[in-house]
Design a protein around this ligand. Structure first.
Ligand SMILES: Cc1ncc(COP(=O)(O)O)c(C=O)c1O
Length: 390
């Protein structure tokens, strides 16, 4: 029977070469050392049940109070967490959502009409194009450039300026960025504020990895939660900050010039009221998780920083390990021409190691590979050793 599907969902649905090769290998019972694992609940961390499971049985979780922004106790806990990190965000400016993906959807619905444009960094998080398609929004890229002199990734402001046109509604920042691990610097924010204010553009800042900064980096990262120069939205969530992706709770914190902020909050309230998507037991558990849940975060910090040191130690001449300021991933650049997808497939077939090709994240050239720093140290070193041999 014929059926009409929307154009916005006409994505290629087949597997790509790499995922097909993984399926085949697993179906054949062959080993896969997964150096793309980014799910903390599968990476061997200890989640004490008295901290993570017990609060879910709080009887308050059985009471339904349909509040568009989320329970005030949960929003107060998010606000307190910002305060501990040196940022003042009143609970009234916070909206709880089921995920940052949902927060992006609310913001795209708030800011954009069909065909309007948002600017996303390249390289960065591969979900943006889907989130944009689903919301009938167009993405355009601005460049992050790795500067050899400073050893840092920087926003290429000219490329932001160049991409702005009359349909641009938001610039998206990801800080620390996935996968480059780079943070937005104060000076960059000042320039972006000026540019966005001049064009009436909002800023959306994805800060889900902000609790995972590497020590000793001169990164001085900024949270947009405190930015009132232009209409700004900082995104966070427990999938990363508390390593609880299965619990489905994130937030957006709005800030900006008073009149714009009050208009945004009023509209967001109706958007959120239409879905009321965050479940009550998780909101009830949040204050306790914030108080005690840092135990997993500490294990993750130790793991990712330890794996990164191993990576630096093991990388031979000709393999550049790019600096990481924060987050859960690392980028390798290999000298000599390579085609990243074919190369990732070859590493899987010949060495049984799964890595991400750089094109997945919109790297400008094909000589990058991306590794997750989350796998258990034995898996990480074994897989890395095999990659570096090839
Ligand atoms: C930059 C970035 N933002 C958001 C997310 C996902 O957050 P959530 O689970 O809250 O949708 C990810 C997941 O890897 C990410 O890399």
């Amino acid at each position: 029977m014929a059926c009409h599907f929307s154009r916005r969902t006409s994505w290629p649905t087949g597997e790509n070469r790499l995922s097909r090769a993984v399926e085949e290998r697993r179906a054949g019972g062959l080993e896969v050392l997964d150096l793309t694992e980014s799910n903390p609940t599968r990476a061997g961390f200890l989640y004490p049940p008295e901290i993570f499971s017990a609060p879910l049985s709080d009887p308050n979780g059985l009471i339904y109070s349909p509040l568009p922004q989320g329970l005030s106790t949960a929003r107060a806990a998010v606000s307190d967490d910002y305060r501990h990190r040196g940022c003042s965000v009143p609970p009234e400016n916070i909206f709880l959502t089921a995920s940052t993906s949902e927060a992006y959807t609310f913001l795209f619905r708030l800011l954009c009409d069909p065909g309007d444009k948002v600017l996303v960094p390249a390289p960065s998080y591969p979900l943006f194009s889907y989130l944009a398609d689903i919301n009938d929004v167009v993405t355009d890229h601005y460049a992050l450039r790795f500067e050899r002199d400073s050893g840092q990734w920087r926003i290429n402001l000219e490329s932001v300026e160049h991409a702005i046109d009359e349909r641009t509604r938001a610039v998206i920042l990801v800080s620390p960025n996935n996968p480059t691990g780079s943070c937005v610097k104060r000076g960059e924010l000042a320039s972006l504020n000026a540019l966005c204010a001049a064009h009436g553009i909002s800023i959306i800042s994805d800060e889900v990895f902000s609790e995972y900064l590497f020590p000793g980096c001169d990164n001085d990262p900024v949270s947009l939660a405190g930015n009132d120069a232009v209409l700004s939205f900082a995104l966070g969530g427990i999938s990363k900050t508390l390593a609880l992706p299965q619990m489905k709770l994130a937030w957006l914190a709005a800030n900006g010039p008073k009149d714009l902020l009050s208009g945004a909050l009023a509209r967001l309230e109706i958007l959120a009221d239409t879905y009321l998507s965050v479940n009550t037991p998780v909101q009830t558990a949040l204050p306790l998780w914030f108080q005690k849940g840092g135990v997993v975060r500490d294990q993750i910090r130790e793991r990712v920083q330890g794996n990164y040191q191993v990576l630096k130690r093991m990388a031979p001449f000709g393999v550049e390990v790019l600096p990481v300021e924060g987050g859960w991933s690392a980028v390798l650049r290999f000298s000599g021409a390579r085609i990243d997808e074919a190369w990732a497939v070859a590493l899987l077939e010949r060495a049984g190691v799964l890595v991400h090709p750089g094109f997945f994240f919109d790297f400008p050239t094909e000589d990058f590979l991306v590794l997750s720093l989350l796998p258990p140290p034995d898996v990480f070193s074994l897989g890395l050793g095999r990659i570096l041999e090839k």
